[in-house]
Design a binder for this molecule. Structure first.
Ligand code: ATP
Ligand code: MG
Length: 190
């Protein structure tokens, strides 16, 4: 049976994508090979699932619905830029996301716990809320790129989280193609 590469994420508003596009436009001039995230593809990953048998994905959707039913929409704020793993050897450029009330962290823990019950492996690395801006593909000038990226004034945007998305990811040579498989709306408690 077919396996589908997938992950769980939340969407960010168009203003954030546009701000990321502006930073990318500035940095594109540098002689570094970077695969820049398409602005429309920018998202906040809650959990990467990897290859999942198609038959198990319905269960993941149900898990997200159950969690979303008991989770009111909440706000996050975009923060400064950062790089993984280090500014000397940057691999991933990202914009941080501030989770002032710890609600995102709690949500991620709930997703991990619920999916662990259905046999999905737990993420071992600590959760870092971030929006990937680009992935560095060459060593040349990468330090300079990281320095300039980290010096950028990225505007702070407050936005509302309203849905959990189960996303399919098809890796293509020209960038990943994302397709939402299931969308779970966070429910306002009455
Ligand atoms: P590409 O791999 O072609 O650059 P992509 O990284 O956007 O594209 P995926 O590799 O399918 O597409 O990843 C989907 C999402 O899951 C991204 O947000 C990515 O950062 C995250 N992700 C990918 N692999 C892992 C992993 N091993 N652990 C945690 N998160 C991951
Ligand atoms: Mg990837």
């Amino acid at each position: 049976m077919a396996a589908i590469r997938s992950f769980i994420c939340i969407d960010v508003p168009g203003e954030v994508k546009a701000a990321i596009e502006r930073v990318q436009a500035k940095l594109r001039r540098l002689p570094v090979e970077v695969s820049w995230t398409r602005p429309a593809n920018v998202h906040l990953t809650l959990k990467f699932l990897g290859e999942v048998e198609e038959a198990r994905l319905g269960r993941v959707g149900e898990v997200l619905d159950a969690i979303a039913r008991d989770c009111a929409p909440f706000e996050l704020v975009t923060d400064r830029g950062g790089v993984f793993p280090t500014a000397d050897r940057p691999r991933v450029l990202w914009i941080g996301v501030r989770d002032e009330r710890g609600l995102l962290r709690a949500l991620v823990a709930q997703v991990e716990d619920a999916l662990a019950q259905y046999g999905f492996a737990r993420e071992l690395r600590p959760f870092t809320a971030h929006l990937t801006v680009g992935r560095v593909r060459s060593e040349r000038s990468a330090r300079e790129l990281a320095r300039l990226f980290l010096a950028e004034e990225f505007p702070s945007h407050r936005f509302r989280v309203t849905h959990l998305i189960l996303m399919r990811s098809d890796l293509r040579p020209d960038g990943a193609l994302y397709t939402p498989l299931h969308i779970a709306p966070l429910q306002e408690r009455s």
